[in-house]
Design a binder for this molecule. Structure first.
Ligand SMILES: Cc1cc2nc3c(=O)[nH]c(=O)nc-3n(C[C@H](O)[C@H](O)[C@H](O)COP(=O)(O)O)c2cc1C
Ligand code: SF4
Length: 403
């Protein structure tokens, strides 16, 4: 299965590319969708995306068609922003997608821009991904020299020294406007008031790569095929980026990444990176699909991180809490103090089981912090601590071997 990412699965996460040239992309049907979109009514394009059920791949699984329609409700000028920040720990899919299949993302962005009548496309790329930036710049240049030059919407690449919070869409828009990476409270949503106070659609790079596929192969094909890129990392033998259908059991993704490290067993899986709760070792048959994972008490995010028994849940939980304490943007005092205290409370869990009073304090503190920040960062930090506490005392950890 290689509808999104041409070539073999990515097994070397550290090296990007090579980029698929325009001729190769065209040979596999590339830009057919854009050619038909040039004359199609916007409503038909959005209708196909809605029928396909395309959900955002940046972590929130928000329906792309609903977002595009929301932006169209507000008078222009409108903007399309491609989010290639990819700061989520364990996520590598966007940088490899952009580096390998830049035309696929570009075609999706051009179709989306057409559907929402955006006057400019702005691509935010994490400075660490030089290969992705070069590939996309090369793709734009190739298209400019082709018979599709007149289909190009003005496109700008903004390469930034990345901080985690800048991946959040309002913080990202603040950066695009030359301000610090500080989120703003929603509403207003970017689709109403975003870049330069204009309606703005922010989509993840992978989300846009699905768009040409849907228009070219049809919504029904897409619903049956359910392609997705999974970045599987952590305590696995062969971490990588894999194109697999949504809905496979978590254990199949672990197997695709070579299984657990030699002599190790799976203790838990984080199906949404550091942003969504754990799947326990006895839940590895859970389908990797947003709805099914929601039913299992978690969700599907940008990365899948496997935690082995050798590392242990306590150390993983301590690392996650430390990450949030480090990455807060410090705009809300409660986020600064809350994430710091949660990290402090979870730290001893790295080397020993937490005692019930310790875990009770974590639970109470996390519950008190939910919903108190300007953005969902504090919610996420609190939720991760809340769901970590019973794991670290052993109360929520299934003893059953995972394989
Ligand atoms: C703290 C935080 C960090 C985020 N980082 C990213 C990121 O690196 N890349 C991304 O696409 N979305 C990220 N998001 C989600 C974006 O805010 C936004 O929902 C997404 O870009 C929308 O695109 P989609 O609907 O295509 O998924 C982050 C959200 C939060 C709260
Ligand atoms: S909740 Fe935290 S990350 Fe979000 S705006 Fe407030 S301080 Fe920044």
């Amino acid at each position: 299965m290689a509808d999104l990412l041409p070539g073999a699965p990515v097994t070397d996460l550290g090296s990007l590319g090579p980029a698929e040239p325009l001729a190769d992309y065209t040979a596999r049907g590339g830009y057919e969708a854009l050619r038909s979109a040039l004359t199609a009514p916007a409503a038909d394009i959005i209708g196909a995306i809605r029928d396909a059920g395309l959900a955002g791949r940046g972590g929130a699984n928000f329906p792309a068609a609903v977002k595009w329609e929301a932006a169209r409700q507000h008078p222009g000028p409108r903007y399309l922003v491609v989010n290639a920040a990819e700061g989520e720990p364990g996520s590598f899919k966007d940088r490899h997608l952009l580096a390998r299949a830049p035309h696929q993302v570009l075609e999706g962005a051009l179709i989306a821009a057409r559907a929402v009548e955006a006057q400019e496309i702005i691509v935010y790329i994490n400075r660490a991904f030089a290969g992705a930036r070069d590939a996309l710049a090369g793709a734009i240049a190739e298209l400019r020299g082709s018979d599709l030059a007149n289909a190009l919407v003005p496109a700008r690449l903004l390469v930034e020294q990345h901080v985690y919070i800048a991946g959040e869409e309002t913080a990202l828009l603040a950066v695009l406007m030359g301000r610090p990476a500080w989120p703003w409270p929603k509403p207003p949503y970017p689709t109403e008031r975003g870049y330069l106070d204009s309606p703005t659609v922010v989509n993840n790079a992978e989300t846009l790569a699905h768009v040409p596929l849907i228009l070219r192969r049809g919504a029904q094909w897409y619903r049956e095929r359910r392609p997705a890129l999974f970045s599987v990392t952590g305590d696995v033998a062969a971490p990588g980026v894999f194109e697999l259908p949504l809905g496979l059991p978590a254990r199949d993704l672990i197997a695709a990444a070579g299984g657990p490290l030699a002599g190790d067993r799976v203790a838990a899986v984080l199906p949404g990176g550091y942003s969504l709760p754990w799947l326990r070792a006895d839940q590895l048959d859970a389908p990797m699909d947003p709805a099914a994972l929601r039913a299992a008490g978690t969700g599907l995010g940008a990365s899948v991180i496997v935690i082995g028994e050798r590392q242990g849940l306590g150390l993983a939980a301590a690392k996650i809490a430390a990450f949030f304490a480090r990455e807060t943007c410090q705009t809300c005092p409660i986020c600064v103090t809350g994430t710091a205290r949660l990290a402090e409370l979870l730290r001893p869990g790295a080397t020993r089981a937490l005692t019930p009073p310790e875990s009770d304090e974590i639970t109470a503190l996390a519950a008190a912090h939910r919903g108190k920040g300007i953005c969902t960062f504090l919610d996420t930090a609190a939720l991760m601590a809340l769901t970590s506490a019973p794991q670290v005392t052993g109360a929520g950890q299934a003893p059953a071997p995972a394989r």
